[in-house]
Design a protein. Structure first.
Length: 336
């Protein structure tokens, strides 16, 4: 099985500072695979990493210091997103990662895009995080009559290894558009926005929590439009991809897009491997939901407000990690 490509530059969210040799020996590193810098996964992974970290030598939580897991240094690492992340977790290349719920479910069961790879039976969920919207971005002033009208156009389908690409190809197939029927461009969110702005793309897809940094910049500079799916298109899509649900991007989410955009969404999940120690994942889960973490989520990315303990189990159809499950039972969020 080919290993996914990960960015060499990982973002270390908390600085270790001056720690003695003895203290350094007690450090546990915990990587969180995310996505590209212009999307939502990377900034959210960075906030989670900050919330659960507590390096040796840190000031005590009650004294205004880190309130994470003692000795833990979590790191947000850029990657090609969902498919690459679940593959890295399953193979043991990384400790955890963010991925769309549909990718997590199909990977765990070895269905859909994972049928030839076999079941990723070690995948376990820590938490459901926030909704991710399917966004079809068009140049400002452009109208698209229907998805079928993308045939023959230059279309960004997201990078290989992303959940976006998997779901976009499924969507296009519904309207008898194969990959060879478009000029497909495998680009991340930032690259797609740049190509659209330069007139080198007619449209591009991206599944991410709104607003994404790349689209915010695109909207504020050359402008953009978002395609609003028809009721018929949404119904056809949901029949094939049941992990998604009908959703709306509110008017004003992006500058110049002054109308509500009808689309579909899927939950983003934080996953790890069953091989990770139960006590560690229990501690990580508890740290994620403490009061200090709540402040970090509210002050970070706009999607941070959607990350709550009350919704941590929403849409989770893949097994929880034993440590996470223990925490949710103790917190009364799982009842028999």
């Amino acid at each position: 099985m080919p290993r996914p490509a990960f960015g060499l530059a990982a973002a270390v969210v908390l600085t270790l500072g001056a720690v003695g040799q003895a203290a350094a020996q007690d450090i546990t590193f915990f990587r969180i695979a995310s996505g590209s810098a212009g999307g939502t996964y990377f900034p959210i992974a960075a906030v989670i990493a900050e919330a659960v970290s507590n390096p040796p030598g840190s000031r005590a939580c009650e004294e205004g210091g880190a309130c994470g897991v003692p000795g833990l240094v979590a790191v947000a690492q850029s990657s090609h997103a969902s498919v690459a992340n679940v593959t890295a977790v399953q193979s043991g290349q990384l400790e955890s990662g963010l991925a769309a719920a549909d990718i997590v479910y199909t990977a765990y069961h070895g269905t859909g895009a994972f049928e030839e790879r076999g079941a990723y039976d070690q995948l376990r969920v820590i938490a459901s995080l926030f909704p991710e919207h399917l966004q079809l971005v068009l140049p400002a002033g452009t109208e698209l009559g229907s998805i079928a009208d993308l045939e023959g156009k230059r279309v960004g389908i997201a990078q290989a290894g992303s959940g976006t690409q998997v779901v976009v190809l499924e969507l296009l197939e519904l309207f008898d558009i194969g990959r060879d029927d478009i000029e497909a461009a495998e680009l991340d969110n930032v690259q797609s926005a740049e190509r659209l702005a330069a007139g080198e793309l007619d449209a591009y897809f991206y599944v991410a929590g709104t607003p994404t940094a790349a689209m915010v910049q695109l909207a504020a500079t050359v402008g953009m439009e978002l395609y609003s799916f028809s009721e018929e298109e949404i119904a056809a899509f949901l029949e094939v991809v049941p992990y998604y649900y009908e959703a709306e991007i509110p008017a004003g989410t992006y500058e110049g897009v002054d109308h509500a955009v009808r689309t579909v969404a899927v939950g983003a999940q934080w996953v790890t491997s069953s091989a990770q120690p139960a006590d560690l994942i229990h501690a990580v889960t508890a740290a994620m939901w403490n009061d200090n973490s709540r402040k970090l989520f509210d002050q970070g990315h706009a999607k941070g407000a959607d990350i709550t303990a009350d919704t941590a189990l929403d849409g989770v159809r893949t097994p929880l990690h034993a440590g996470a499950e223990r925490y949710y039972r103790e917190a009364g969020l799982i009842r028999e």
